[in-house]
Design a protein around this ligand. Structure first.
Ligand SMILES: [Zn+2]
Length: 282
């Protein structure tokens, strides 16, 4: 029997994601507020019931706006990872702004946990060409924002040259480990209704239908890989609604019954690094 690792990860954006989009009126702010006020206590209770250590990527804006909710997450023993300060994607920032955000939010994480973040997840999963070097310079072990694999971590490249009319020239691998994500395993696009001046994200999918996909992705891992990690991404203001909490608990119960090993992303990264340095790699 293989070792199927499940990482439950939570992007605790609260109101920062709406602010980053310029949506600062009471409606969107209240939508984000559901996270710290309602979603987080429900999620912490569910994780405690099942004895699961998870990973939380918290923007500096949330850390400093909702310190009590963040303290509750840290006190429950969950990993606290980096998720920017303003929730603006690095690809939209200057180099100076990107590094300033890294430092400022890392300092807020250090105040909360006593140590800087080991893991980084970029807002909106969009790194800049500078991000890898900055993450290495600031001591990060892993990133969790990219999608080139599903169940197997991999080394992040630096210095790719990607242009329209020439073949891509890929740079060398670095020490930074990627713990890959996927929009299919993210609650947001399935569930959130979002209307902007140029687009509509319909969301509001049947949670049991989405749950079926999420379970089948675990089944494929279990049936095809001797060792692998599946990473689910949730947002407290999205997954914290009643019917979705029921789906999340069904997911946890089903995977537990099937022998899944739940752990934080930093622990899964450490296990991968240990395996890949020895004869048992992959
Ligand atoms: Zn986010």
């Amino acid at each position: 029997m293989g070792r199927s690792i499940v990482c439950l990860t939570f992007d605790f954006d609260a109101i920062s994601g709406w602010i980053a989009r310029g949506m600062v009126s009471p409606g969107p702010v209240s939508r984000g507020e559901f996270g710290p006020q309602v979603g987080v206590p429900r999620l912490l209770a569910l994780l405690a019931r099942h004895g699961i250590r998870s990973s939380w990527y918290i923007p500096g804006h949330t850390l400093e706006t909702y310190p009590e909710a963040c303290r509750a997450v840290a006190d429950a023993g969950h990993e606290i990872g980096h998720h920017g300060w303003t929730h603006r994607p690095p690809a939209t920032l200057t180099g100076e702004e990107e590094e300033a955000e890294l430092v400022r939010a890392n300092e807020a994480i250090r105040k909360l946990t006593g140590r800087r973040a080991r893991g980084y997840r970029s807002p909106s999963w969009d790194l800049s060409p500078r991000s890898v070097d900055l993450l290495l310079a600031h001591g990060f072990v892993y990133d969790s924002s990219m999608m080139a694999d599903d169940y197997t971590p991999y080394r992040v490249r630096r210095g790719d040259v990607i242009t329209l009319e020439e073949p891509a020239a890929f740079g060398p691998e670095t020490a930074l480990l990627e713990m890959p994500v996927s929009w299919t395993l993210d609650d947001y696009p399935h569930f959130e209704f979002l209307r902007t001046p140029t687009s509509v994200l319909p969301g509001n999918m049947n949670a049991n239908g989405v749950l079926e996909n999420w379970i089948d992705d675990f089944t494929y891992l279990e049936q095809n890989l001797a060792w692998g990690v599946i990473t689910y991404t949730f947002h407290p203001f999205v997954i914290g609604r009643g019917h979705r909490m029921i789906a999340l608990e069904k997911l946890v119960r089903t995977l537990t019954d099937r022998g899944a090993v739940f752990m934080s992303l930093e622990d899964a990264a450490a296990e991968y690094l240990q395996r890949s340095s020895g004869p048992a790699a992959r």
